[in-house]
Design a protein around this ligand. Structure first.
Ligand SMILES: [Zn+2]
Length: 142
């Protein structure tokens, strides 16, 4: 399985094929650091660029995107078995921190800081909400 945007977005560059950040073997949907030009991650990075949130530490790029207004009330989770999801979806989130090297296709990390200060690896489900909130019109490829 890949994310919805990887399924529907054509490859527009030469070189390594896309590897979705949410392509997993197990039955979970958390961000995988072994990714390349995942369409959802590129859309997220494009939003960060459009909002002028990108900063550099040498060749490392990072952005902090506010997500406290992203509505997650429609999410389903089992509060007894999925504590991480419960924290993300019930207690609320503050910001999303995303990092990548130079302008390459791999996104090295994507984590959400919850309102209780907990750090959560981002899920595709949550990222879709973030992209919807900020709009998908800024999608670019790397
Ligand atoms: Zn993807």
């Amino acid at each position: 399985m890949t994310c919805e945007l990887c399924k529907t977005t054509e490859k527009t560059w030469k070189g390594a094929d896309r590897k979705c950040a949410f392509e997993v073997m197990k039955n979970d949907e958390y961000f995988q650091e072994n990714n390349w030009s995942c369409a959802s991650m590129l859309a997220l990075r494009a939003i960060c660029q459009a909002k002028e949130l990108i900063r550099c530490a040498g060749d490392e790029h990072y952005a902090v995107l506010p997500v406290h207004e992203v509505d997650v009330s429609s999410f389903n989770y089992d509060s007894t078995s999925d504590f991480d999801s419960w924290q993300m979806y019930e207690q609320g989130n503050v910001c999303l921190v995303v990092t990548w090297y130079k302008n390459r296709g791999r996104t090295t990390s994507a984590n959400v800081i919850g309102s209780e200060g907990m750090i959560h690896a981002i899920t595709e489900e949550f990222l879709v909400k973030v992209l919807d909130y900020y709009g998908r019109n800024t999608t670019t490829s790397v």
